[in-house]
Design a protein around this ligand. Structure first.
Ligand SMILES: C[S@@+](CC[C@H](N)C(=O)[O-])C[C@H]1O[C@@H](n2cnc3c(N)ncnc32)[C@H](O)[C@@H]1O
Length: 270
């Protein structure tokens, strides 16, 4: 998987891909992150990449020409048969919220271009004439798209084969599995009066699987994210267990909730 980031602040990416799991993935050649400086595609010696808004208003707008040229330069550097298929992501608080369906879709692309906005945002023509996807990482506004791009790189990379070790099965993680994961414990058995559940130390694998696999996971999901149950794959015994915990089978009306709508789309896509 090759990520190609287009940004005014290349230095923001220096640390993000050099440590831990992502750093190892880059080192092993499973993932690469190349960063293109938009200023190199400006026309004046000051590297002007932004300008005042037409119509007035606070904040500078990132100009279209340098971003188009920077992205085209990236596309030209790739194998000739690929450019039309390459996702060009514009990071934006106005975009579709990043979710597992989108991550699964992106994880199979050999190359992904990510455009980072800054200041008041980018000229609208980047959105209408260049980007293939407009992606938000949540309902809040960041100062720039760099952190959001790193979130995409990290979240997508976990689904590239061999990036995450086999011991850590990414499909069993919270949200990805459709539910929240069971509680995790390690040594010591007792810490400041708080003990670890005996069942986890019993050596009884069937009991451990039952405790973790469904009971704790279902209980926690019902308590913290009941909205997820609407789309989770539940067996009859899961439903019976949940009903014993007070679940009515209903988890609120999703019609006005963007997160629910996204999950509804995701469930329909499966
Ligand atoms: C201050 S924001 C601009 C927000 C813009 N004025 C608006 O109201 O839509 C600057 C840049 O940060 C990035 N950004 C901010 N919030 C984001 C979010 N939630 N998800 C993804 N990117 C975001 C985008 O690239 C955006 O162009």
């Amino acid at each position: 998987m090759r990520f190609h980031v287009v940004t005014l602040f290349p230095e923001a990416f220096e640390g993000a891909t050099s440590y831990s799991i992502l750093g190892r993935a880059v080192h092993r050649g499973l993932v690469s992150v190349t960063v293109t400086d938009i200023r190199k595609f400006t026309f004046d010696r000051h590297g002007t990449a932004d300008d005042y808004q037409f119509g007035g208003g606070p904040g500078m707008v990132m100009k279209p020409e340098p971003i188009f040229r920077a992205v085209e330069d990236v596309l030209e550097s790739l194998p000739p048969e690929e450019p039309d298929l390459i996702p060009i992501l514009l990071m934006s608080p106005q975009g579709e919220q990043l979710n597992q369906r989108l991550i699964d879709e992106l994880a199979v692309a050999p190359d992904i271009v990510i455009v980072c906005g800054h200041y008041a945002g980018v000229d609208e023509r980047i959105r209408t004439g260049l980007a293939t996807h407009e992606i938000s990482i949540g309902d809040y506004v960041l100062t720039g798209g760099e952190l959001a791009a790193m979130v995409v790189i990290d979240a997508v990379s976990r689904f590239i084969p061999d990036v995450v070790g086999s011991a850590e099965n990414v499909h069993e993680d919270s949200i990805t599995s459709g539910l929240l994961q069971h509680p995790l414990y390690t040594r010591p058995v007792e810490f400041r009066g708080m003990t670890t559940p005996e069942v986890l130390r019993s050596g009884n694998h069937a009991e451990i699987a039952r405790w973790r696999g469904r009971q704790q996971s279902l209980e926690r999901t019902l308590r913290l994210r009941p909205d997820l149950l609407r789309f989770a794959e539940l067996s009859n015994s899961d439903r019976i267990y949940l009903e014993q915990l007070g679940w009515s089978g209903e988890s609120g009306d999703p019609s006005n909730n963007p997160a629910d709508q996204a999950r509804e789309r995701q469930a329909l896509d499966r």
